[in-house]
Design a protein around this ligand. Structure first.
Ligand code: BGC
Length: 759
């Protein structure tokens, strides 16, 4: 199934569908609102976003201490180009006056457009057929197209607008969206030039400007058109025709981050864009997506719903990710305003592993965008009192720390290890020494050095105090297992890279070391630190302790916690939460997923059993990792159930906030659940390995892995079939045995599954 469909107009679904029907291309995102609008009292987040287009806002503190960020960045809702109102013999068309039928709305993952069609009966009993189609172009990143077709035996008029009266969505009671500052974008100027409407708006503090340029093209001979300013910040294009109308609205968005002269370049772009019709762009979308899907599709045999939702996830994922080496991917992508458009560790630990499987090019752009902010991370490290190294921001747009609640923000030092991890993964996938010399080494050295600065030796163990791990329900602790493990890995690889470069690229090594001011003594210190790293372990429970004090705390009273009190973060003071054994999301379990080679299977399983019981999954980053690790522990039913939780999360709005945007890390988690979870895929320095199983109601599944120049297709049905689609023979491990993959390889599927199914 290649479409997501909604053929029943339910007012309660409107906000949710705005997120689900978003069209985007990594630069521009347009929420799926109705062109003609809703009824007045219906809530809408009518959003259009440019990845990384932001304003700066002051952060007021009651008690501000040293080093607290004084400003924050916030992604802005920009000029609205969606609006097109329809009048049939003077009667305004609305889907909220019970005069429509055959309503149908589809998002095409393979063709890259959305379509909304319905029939409408006027007061006079005449019938119109109305279809909207939309594209946010993958080829011309600035371009939004809306094609409107109306078949009607009478007078048709359409008013189409560009509207600068926009605001951001805020909710003072929800920390997961902006709580203040709704109006941040100021109108600057508007013009009508021939058939084009132009409007520019500006920010006050970040000093940025965005321009929106729109024009229309229609195919009827006798249209009467007019363009006028209803107000300075509202321009209207009107067209009147008889009988039928086929019109395309071209809207281009430029801005001063990406364009030197946004208005001039916008006009040039739109003139070029207009030489082609909507269908030409539809063809181009298809071409782009054909290429994309040929590598990145995950096929599911025998379960249509799962297939549809997986493709939905992959498609949205592609839409939201920044592809220019400057922008990144925010927690909600370009589908909404949750977390104010900030980029988190979600990128490194969820999005990148999913992209690195089949889209190494885009993955690289994300790595580069982290590299670009190294200087800011350097400055931040100094503010935090570290004499050397870098400290990446917990949440950011341009690289500055935007987290104002440091216990669950800045204190998450593991972000450094996460960024390093993603560069190491890139190296494992590609063995690209040039990229390592140019970008990776500097990042890996600088993050590794910070551990030396923040940690210390005590009783011959290297310890890291006062940090927060991924679990935001346990803050400011000593020796968080996840953090220490990632720090160990980070330093171990810094030493490894140092040695590789010393043998093979001495000059480049010297350059990087000179640039960051690092000496060989630090390499020796790293060796000692990682080999003596303290990884908390409880002998009685035979598990890795989440940190030094975690297991001494009281276990949360789950039995007496009403369902309505979840997520806990909205219902309990943080101190209450921090005093208990209760986790928001996997922490030790995540460490075991990323770096299983530092533990034993028994400890991994015991830890899973222990932590699962006290995990609320209040974070959308939780279910997928629990599912993947359930596969590892051979809890097949559980693995599948968690997978379904991830699949449902946005469709069924299980976290109650999909209106603020789709949860991007969870989408990535869906891809990882199939590949790393069911497929048991891993990539380590020794090579790649698979340990597949198959959910019972599925006939099978198929995915690709691009590894060291090879494209490997993995198909799991009655047996496990590997096919080398591209590249030279390669060693792979399947069920712990080595094989040489030349062309095809068939291995019987292990029959050890005791899994009942739900859908
Ligand atoms: C999670 C973080 C995550 C953030 C953005 C929070 O709820 O706890 O781990 O980075 O959401 O997705």
């Amino acid at each position: 199934m290649w479409t997501y469909r909604d053929n029943e107009l339910t007012p309660e679904q409107l906000l949710l569908n705005e997120s689900l029907f978003t069209l985007a291309n990594g630069y521009l995102g347009v929420r799926g609102c109705f062109e003609e609008g809703y009824k007045d009292n219906y809530e809408s987040i009518r959003g259009t976003y440019i990845n990384g287009f932001y304003e700066i806002v002051d952060v007021p503190y009651g008690e501000k201490l040293y080093g607290f960020p004084e400003i924050q960045e916030k992604q802005l809702n920009i000029i609205d180009g969606q609006t097109m109102k329809i009048f049939l013999d003077g009667e305004e068309v609305s889907l909220f006056n019970n005069k429509h039928y055959e309503y149908d709305r589809k998002l095409y993952f393979d063709q890259g457009f959305s379509e909304r069609s319905f029939k409408y009966k006027t007061e006079a009993g005449k019938i119109a057929r109305i279809t909207f189609r939309r594209i946010v172009s993958f080829q011309i990143k600035e371009l939004l197209l809306i094609n409107l077709k109306i078949e009607y035996d009478g007078e048709i008029s359409v008013d189409s607008y560009i509207d600068g009266r926009v605001e951001n969505y805020t909710n003072a009671f929800d920390p997961r969206v902006g709580q203040r500052h709704s109006k941040l974008l100021d109108f600057e100027s508007s013009f009508i030039v021939d058939d084009k409407m132009l409007m520019s708006s500006q920010t006050q503090k970040s000093n940025l400007k965005v321009s929106c340029i729109a024009t229309h093209k229609y195919y009827q001979e006798k249209g009467v058109t007019n363009i006028s300013k209803v107000d300075e910040n509202l321009i209207k294009y009107s067209i009147k025709v008889d009988n039928s109308l086929d019109i395309t609205k071209y809207v281009v968005y430029t801005n001063t981050i990406h364009h030197n002269e946004p208005e001039k370049e916008g006009i040039q772009l739109i003139e070029r864009a207009k030489t082609k019709d909507f269908n030409d762009y539809a063809d181009e979308q298809r071409e782009y997506l054909d290429k994309f899907w040929s590598k990145s599709d995950i096929e599911i045999y025998g379960n249509e719903i799962v297939q549809q939702r997986i493709r939905f996830s992959i498609f949205h994922f592609l839409q939201s990710v920044g592809k220019d080496g400057v922008t990144n991917i925010s927690a909600k992508g370009l589908t909404g305003e949750g977390y104010e458009g900030h980029y988190f560790w979600d990128t490194e630990i969820y999005v990148l592993p999913a992209l690195q499987l089949t889209q190494p090019g885009i993955a690289r752009q994300l790595l580069k965008s982290r590299y670009r902010i190294l200087d800011k991370a350097r400055k931040r490290a100094r503010v935090l009192g570290h004499k050397r190294g870098v400290k990446f921001p917990w949440r950011t747009i341009t690289g500055i720390e935007c987290s104002t609640y440091f216990p669950a923000g800045t204190a998450q030092y593991h972000i450094n290890g996460d960024v390093a991890y993603s560069f190491i993964q890139d190296f494992l996938y590609r063995q690209d020494i040039d990229f390592m010399c140019k970008y990776g080494a500097e990042v890996i050295f600088e993050t590794a050095r910070l551990w030396l600065d923040i940690g210390h030796f005590h009783e011959d163990k290297f310890r890291i105090h006062t940090v927060t791990g991924p679990d935001e329900y346990t803050c400011l602790v000593n020796n968080n297992y996840y953090t220490n493990l990632l720090a160990l890995y980070n330093m171990e690889w810094a030493v490894r890279i140092y040695e590789i470069l010393k043998n093979r690229r001495l000059n480049e090594l010297k350059n990087v070391m000179r640039k960051v001011g690092m000496n060989e003594k630090e390499i020796e210190d790293m060796k000692e630190a990682y080999s003596k790293m303290h990884l908390p372990y409880d002998k009685d429970l035979k598990i890795n302790a989440q940190d030094d004090s975690f297991l001494m705390k009281k276990i949360w009273d789950f039995k007496n916690t009403p369902d309505d009190n979840y997520p806990l973060l909205l219902n309990y003071h943080p101190l209450t939460i921090y005093r208990h054994q209760v986790t928001k999301q996997p922490d030790t379990v995540l460490g075991h997923f990323l770096l299983e080679e530092y533990s034993t299977n028994d400890v991994i399983k015991n830890s899973y059993d222990y932590y699962e019981k006290i995990t609320t999954h209040d974070s959308s980053l939780s279910a997928c990792i629990h599912g993947i690790m359930a596969s590892k522990c051979k809890y097949y039913q559980k693995a599948y159930n968690y997978f379904l939780d991830s699949l449902r999360l946005d469709f069924d709005n299980t976290h109650g906030n999909t209106k603020d945007g789709i949860h991007i890390a969870n989408l990535a988690g869906i891809i990882l659940s199939v590949t790393f979870g069911f497929g048991g895929y891993r990539i380590k320095k020794e090579g790649i390995s698979f340990n597949p199983w198959k959910p019972l109601t599925w006939d099978g599944y198929k995915f690709n892995v691009i590894y060291r120049g090879r494209t490997i297709q993995v198909k799991i049905k009655e047996d496990v079939k590997f096919q080398l689609l591209q590249g030279d023979k390669i060693k792979i491990k399947v069920y712990d045995k080595d094989y040489l993959l030349k062309e095809n390889l068939n291995i019987p599927l292990k029959k050890n599954m005791s899994q009942r199914e739900i859908i």
